[in-house]
Every structure is written in C-alpha cells, then in structure tokens.
Design a protein around this ligand. Structure first.
Ligand code: PLP
Length: 455
C-alpha cells in the first residue's frame, strides 16, 4: 500500500500569498505587444483605455518575480481553494500502468473551471479603480460564468459577448451568467460597429472568439467607466493562474513526489501556463528538469501547425498585435468542433517557452478526446470538461507507454473543469455522430497569409 492519499489537500493558509511571474526568470522575454497602427511596442499607459491600470502594469511586468495576491482576492480564493491534487489510483489500475498519475482538479466551483482564479483578480482591480463595470467575450461560457460570479461579488456591472453558436447551444450556461447579473449578447451582434461589419462580411456566421473579443473591446472603449477583461492568453491571466502550479508544487513537495511529466490542455494557454510556471521557473534557473506537454485539438492546432509571428489577437483587428504561435486571426475551427480550445493564437509567454524548447506540444482528435473523457469519468467519477479531456487523453497515452517500458513515471496533469454544460457534445459522441475535421495545409496557409506584414 502506498502512503500517498487519494487527495492531497493543502490547508487554507497554504494557499500562496503571491502569484509567481515566470517572465522574471525567462532569459528570452516574451515579445512585446505592438500598436497595430504604428508597429511600435506598447507601454503600460497605452493599455489604460482598454484594461484596468493595475492589470496593464501586470501585463507589462517582466521583472518582478512575485506579485502579492490582494487580501480581498485571497479571501475569495478561500471559498473554493486550495483545490485538491488527486492521485488517480483508479485510472492507474484500469490502465494497468506502473505510472503514478496525479491531477490538479480546478472544477470544484460553480463556474466549473480554473477561470475563476483570474476573474476574481480582474474584478478586484476594476473595483479598486472605481469602474462601473467590465465587458468581455466568452466562447464555451466558462469564462463568462466565472466573471459574472466575480463581478457579482464586487458589485460591478458585467457585459458578456457570447460566441453565437455557444449562446444557442448552451442556454443553461447563459442563464447561470444572467443569474449572477451579467448581460449576455450573442456575437457577432448588431450592437457594435465591428459586429455589424463581421455580420455583413460573413452572413449567418456562428461567430468566433476573435469576433466576440472585438465586440467586447469596442463596448468597453465606447462606454464611460468600463474596461475590457480577458480570460486567457494575456500575461496577467497566466500570472493569476500561477496559483494552480504553486499549489500543485506545494502538494507534491508535501508527499515527497517529483513530477517527471506535466501535461495540460492549451486553448489560449492560461491553465497550462499557470500549472507549469513554478516548474518551468526551476528549469529556467537550471534547478530541475521536467517534460512538459501542451495538448491542443487537431482542429485548432496553433502550436503544432501554426507560425510564430506577430498577429492580431482578434478578428476585428482592433486589439494590439502579439507575437505568438498562431493560425491567423481569421482562422475558424470547423463548426462541428465541440471540444473548446478554439482560439487561433497562443499566450506569448508559452509561445516563447515553446520556441526555446522548454515544452512540447501534441494535437489530438476530438473523438479520441471524448473516448478518453468517458474512460476517465467511468473510473475516476468526475465528468470532465472536453477541454480538460485533451490533457486526459495524453496522460493516458503516456501512462500506457509506461506500461510497455515498465517505467513508474510521475505524470501530473491539469483537470481544468467539469463538463455538465457540454452534454450536447457528449451526446454527439455517444450517438456516434461526432467527426474529426482537421484543417488542410491550404486552409491554414490561407489564414496565415492574412497575418500583418511587419517591417
Ligand atoms: C477556458 C478553458 C480552457 C482553456 O483555456 P486556457 O486559457 O488555455 O487554459 C481549458 N479548460 C477549461 C475547463 C476551460 O474553461
């Protein structure tokens, strides 16, 4: 019998009191955001019209290794953190693997995902700045839900542009947001200039995250006392999500386990970035080695098939330019893609770490992802979010490799959330009508050709 418990819990006062900023330890810093008009690097002040001031400073901060978590945010964290690190004994047994599998479970809050970790921080800084409210986009709906919980807590107004296809497919998600007081608009809408333009250009479009971002930014900058907030991709979001990695590291240390491999799903990169930050920090400082794997959908493969170039962050081209692994800002995954992680680009921090060889990436087909999700649900009990199931798929693959080689590797993966609102996707899978559209090289080349040409 092993001494490691099924759930490795930290106590409340072991929640980290500061976020870890991995950029401080990176020798090659992530490339700066550029002004889309002039091509010049942006300063924090340039972001003030769009983002809260404190968050703009965090976005640009490549130097401070630790940033204190404000007391009010820490108090909120205490309502649902620390999240458990679970030893997946039942999955190990079902697979017959000698590997030891651990997952950090972030689905234990009403929003159902890790996104609340950054939502509450962003709402706090908006409140502290004396703003009336915030605007945002949401795809699958987890971010909008998390943000509406956070803004309700601080008494802020919340306007959510929800990708149209999700708005229609996920009415329950929408109602949760409205219950927390958010105003939810399907995107592209006719309420913004950019929404009207996109509707004209692509009549009947299902929408995309890129469109919804453009609309939310326009809504923020055209209303007094509003700023825009984003649930992924940005440096500030990875910073807030470092709470995941810090807790994971503390829990592993507590039971004397060293991770060999760390796996996470990657949409815009925030959960993965947060999970790996303290571990990558050790790699950057030459203290330790880990094998890190980002997992993305084969239908939206920014790391594995994208280019590392400056691109627009949004379809409407109103946001700053970011250097990232991208498929081009006009890239839209096939409408039958049900597994989330639909964003065309990737965090600039993770893009630089990937380019420097600190992590690997793998893409997986959605039917394989749902097969892994069901396998996991049946033995570990938790119904995983499709996004999270990308990580499960690769964790299972790696554990099965260990079965062949007889290695008892310690595999840690991020279980970012639950899948209760994704049952239309599960239904498709269960009915055998889910397919795997994978973009062709021509599809990707056509979309990448529209990236801005610089200098
Ligand atoms: C949003 C989301 C993701 C992907 O976002 P990242 O920023 O890449 O972490 C993954 N899992 C769940 C459950 C999500 O809600």
């Amino acid at each position: 019998m092993s001494e490691i418990p099924y759930k490795i819990y930290l106590s409340e006062n072991e929640i980290p009191s500061a976020w870890y900023n991995v950029r401080a330890d990176m020798k090659t810093k992530p490339a700066p955001l550029l002004n889309p008009g002039t091509g010049e690097p942006l300063k924090a002040e340039d972001l003030y019209p769009i983002f809260c001031e404190e968050l703009s400073k965090q976005e640009m901060n490549n130097d401070d290794k630790w940033i204190d978590i404000p007391g009010e945010v820490l108090d909120f964290y205490k309502m649902y953190r620390p999240s458990p690190l679970v030893r997946a004994y039942c999955l190990e047994k079902a697979l017959g693997t000698p590997a030891h599998i651990y997952y950090k479970f972030e689905g234990n809050n009403t929003s159902g995902s890790h996104k609340l970790n950054s939502a509450i921080a962003q709402a706090y800084y908006a409140k502290k700045q004396g703003l009336k409210g915030v605007t945002t986009e949401t795809g699958a709906g987890q971010w909008g839900t998390a943000l509406s919980m956070a803004t309700a807590y601080f008494g802020l107004d919340c306007q959510v542009y929800m990708v149209k296809v999700s708005y229609e497919q996920k009415p329950f998600r929408r109602e949760v947001m409205r219950t927390y007081g958010a105003k939810v608009t399907p995107s592209p809408s006719m309420t913004t200039n950019v929404g009207r333009k996109i509707n004209e250009q692509f009549p009947g479009t299902d929408g995309s995250l890129g469109c919804a971002i453009s609309e939310a930014v326009e809504a923020a900058t055209s209303q007094e006392g509003y700023r825009y907030v984003l649930g992924s991709v940005l440096n500030q979001v990875l910073l807030h999500q470092s709470v995941i990695g810090l807790e994971t590291k503390a829990a592993l240390d507590k039971v004397g386990v060293k991770a060999d491999m760390i796996i996470g799903c990657a949409g815009g990169g925030s959960n993965l970035g947060g999970l790996i930050s303290p571990f990558v920090g050790e790699m950057l400082r030459g203290e330790n080695q880990y094998e890190i794997i980002a997992v993305e959908p084969a239908s939206c493969p920014s790391f594995t098939r994208g280019s590392y170039v400056y691109d627009f962050c949004d379809t409407g081209r109103v946001c700053p330019l970011a250097k990232m692994y991208t498929l081009g800002s006009n890239f839209m995954p096939a409408p039958n893609h049900a597994g989330g992680l639909r964003y065309h680009g990737m965090s600039t921090i993770l893009s630089q770490l990937y380019d420097d060889g600190y992590m690997k990436a793998r893409s997986v087909k959605q039917t394989d992802v749902f097969a892994a999700a069901e396998q996991f649900a049946r033995v570990e009990g938790i119904l995983p979010a499709p996004e999270s199931s990308h990580a499960i798929k690769v964790a299972i693959d790696e554990a099965l490799k260990c079965k062949e080689t007889g290695e008892a590797k310690n595999i840690v993966f991020g279980l970012t959330g639950t899948g209760y609102f994704d049952l239309v996707a599960y239904q498709k899978y269960n009915d055998g009508v889910m397919d795997d559209y994978i973009p062709t090289d021509d599809d990707i080349a056509a979309s990448l050709a529209q990236c801005p040409k610089l200098g």
